[in-house]
Design a protein around this ligand. Structure first.
Ligand code: NFS
Ligand code: SF4
Length: 630
């Protein structure tokens, strides 16, 4: 494995060289221009919540100024900042969930978006208490969407938490006062309480963060996934390829980047329009080559096998290849730098969402009523831009890996059914999975998730963590940019079983799966919650009883903070490979890495060395196994 201070990805390194020659800057250049990050900001002790400040208090207790002008202590400031990160992350995921719920509400027999997975719709109707008997599927869908939307703004009564959530867990949340109410309410509650002169109790602030994050994981994100599956199909395992080598010299290369599948699904649909294919041929291209990036990449690869161009830190490098005719984006994780960078090449940088206007981009709004029409218009722009490609500026790295993606919970259960329940027919139960864990064939399961962050060597933490875990019989599931890292290094193919320990290798061969399972985008971490919840229910236990962990080796976004918080609050330990801005608040650090375990049975571990993180994970899993006698 090649390891430099920047990345272990050869395609990335090659293109950074090209960027230098082309005299364009990337995030890595800007990072070094910024020099050492601000110490106050890094410790989380800077407050800008009112205009008497900004106040920066000392991150070292007993040294320097210990309170802001209003008297807020370091712990109060740190906890408020932490809570605001959780609120922002929850808002982002859940606003995505809201768009999906609204799209479900707009589905029509003769519309652009239809119902693809009726079985999942019925299950969903069941959990929202929507009548299905003798009803048209679109009528059911509209009622399900309405009920789901009510959980965003519900003022009275309880929200609809999924059935996989164990009763024991709900009781814990109720006792602790963190049982989530409506999604929007939890976000608002944090914005209110962190306003100047409101909440000044670090412990309470962390509890509010937990409550808000739970509304993200078990409600907003959960609906995002569930309703996307109903409209666009529940993913099944499918072959794809990953890394910038998926770009093609003679095709119109279109990179889709962002998050909400409404845009990307419409573009996928438009790309098979014979008129547009003919148009591509008429401009001299072989055809249209759609590729995905970041979470949009995950969404369309697992539903259609569409190739993955790369993960977060490669978005600028896609443009640097000189071979991308259009980079089409919607929301989240889109570097504003892309606008200026695209102007140095021929790439059309097309923004589409009223939530994410970017100066100097080409804005073509996605019409939510008829997304297919907008998609065709956008794709046409891309095709017509092919002729502007400057061949002397093109360099496509010859690097890509095969991968299998699309292991939804349903797909994992299908695979298990094929092995275990061949005679009695499909059971769709998690019993076999629970059995291999309790019997010790597998030591446990880990979700390796999250972003890239130039504070780490790109992909190094992801790959070291995954390899270390599978070698020790821990089955790994991946989402987000971590999933794409795994794809690029061949860990999502069956051949990767050679890196697995003997127990895991046996399971993989028997079930015919890779040792690392791609479960989708970051919003799809709700799939992981669902799976772990089902295993806990099967065993009559709670999530914190299981040898299961979450790891975010290279996280950077506020969404990742929301995720980490809901995962811990759900009873699953989380390892963070990048230090969060909380170190200036000793009480906050103690709560997150210690006290929270008494509340919910799990805690945060902060470890920047992936090898050490793996050791800690294994010993924690062993302890847990001993504790529950398996
Ligand atoms: Ni997740 Fe998706 Fe990637 Fe990080 Fe961004 S794409 S929602 S936040 S960078 S994993
Ligand atoms: Fe300073 Fe308090 Fe205002 Fe924050 S809220 S900026 S600590 S005075």
């Amino acid at each position: 494995m090649e390891k430099t201070a920047i990345s272990i990805d050869k395609a990335t390194l090659e293109l950074l060289e090209k960027a230098k020659n082309d005299k364009v800057e990337t995030a890595w250049d800007r990072k070094s221009a910024l020099k050492v990050p601000c110490g106050f900001g890094s410790a989380g002790v800077c407050c800008r919540n009112c205009a008497m400040g900004p106040c920066r208090v000392s991150p070292v207790p007993g040294k320097g100024v210990s309170r802001g002008i209003c008297g807020a202590t370091a712990d109060v400031i740190v906890s408020r900042n932490f809570a605001r990160m959780v609120a922002a992350g929850t808002a982002a995921h859940s606003d995505h969930g809201r768009s999906i719920a609204l799209a479900l509400y707009r589905t029509r027999e003769d519309g652009n978006i239809k119902i693809k997975d009726e079985e999942k719709l019925k299950k969903s109707a069941d959990r929202f208490n929507v009548e299905t008997e003798g009803r048209n599927k679109y009528d059911i869908a509209h009622d399900v969407a309405k009920e789901g939307l009510h959980d965003f703004g519900r003022q009275l009564g309880e929200v609809n938490l999924p059935p996989s959530l164990p009763e024991k867990r709900k009781e814990i949340w109720k006792k602790l006062g963190v049982y989530p109410r409506a999604i929007d309410r939890e976000v608002t509650a944090i914005m209110h309480s962190t306003h100047m002169g409101c909440n000044a109790d670090a412990e309470n602030m962390i509890k509010m963060s937990m409550r808000c994050s739970l509304a993200d994981g078990w409600l907003g994100s959960y609906m995002g996934t569930e309703f996307s599956d109903i409209m666009y199909g529940t993913p099944h395992s499918v072959d794809t390829e990953a890394n910038l080598g998926v770009l093609e010299k003679n095709s119109v290369n279109v990179v889709l980047h962002g998050h909400e599948p409404i845009l990307s699904e419409s573009i996928v649909q438009a790309a098979s329009d014979p008129e547009l294919i003919d148009l591509a041929k008429s401009v001299g291209a072989d055809g249209i080559n759609l590729c995905g990036m970041c979470c949009t990449g995950n969404e369309i690869s697992m539903r259609h096998g569409i190739k993955i161009a790369g993960n977060f830190m490669q978005q600028e490098l896609a443009v640097v290849t000189g071979a991308v005719d259009a980079l089409i984006v919607d929301v989240q994780c889109i570097m504003p730098a892309l606008a200026k960078l695209s102007q140095s090449y021929h790439t059309k940088f097309i923004t589409t969402s009223p939530k994410a206007h970017i100066e100097d981009s080409i804005y073509i709004e996605l019409d939510e009523e008829s997304p297919l029409d907008s998609a065709k218009k956008i794709l046409k722009e891309a095709i017509l831009n092919f002729k502007n490609r400057d061949q002397s500026k093109v360099m496509i790295p010859q690097l890509k890996s095969n991968a299998i993606v699309g292991y939804s919970v349903e797909e994992i259960l299908n695979k298990l059914d094929k092995v275990v329940n061949t005679e009695i027919g499909p059971m769709q139960t998690v019993k076999p999975l629970a059995d291999v864990i309790t019997s010790g064939v597998l030591r446990g399961a880990a979700a390796v998730v999250g972003c890239n962050n130039p504070k780490t060597i790109q992909d190094y933490n992801h790959i070291e963590t995954i390899k270390g875990l599978i070698a020790n019989d821990v089955i790994v599931v991946v989402t987000g940019c971590a999933a794409q890292a795994a794809a690029k290094y061949g860990l999502l193919q069956k051949e990767a079983v050679k890196y697995a320990g003997p127990g895991l290798a046996t399971v993989c061969k028997l079930v015919d799966i890779p040792p690392v399972l791609h479960m989708g985008s970051c919003v799809d971490i709700s799939r992981i919650l669902d799976l772990v919840g089902r295993v806990a229910n099967q065993l009559g236990s709670d999530l914190n009883d299981l040898p299961v962990v979450g790891v975010a080796p290279e996280w950077m976004s506020e969404k990742a903070v929301a995720i980490a918080t809901y995962v811990v609050s759900s009873g699953i330990d989380v390892w963070l490979g990048v230090v969060p801005p909380v170190t200036g608040g000793p009480e906050v650090v103690d709560i997150l890495t210690n006290k929270i375990e008494d509340w919910v049975g799990a805690k945060f571990f902060i470890e920047t060395d992936p090898k050490k993180a793996v050791e800690q994970i294994l010993s924690r899993m062993n302890e847990k196994r001993k504790k529950i006698g398996i």
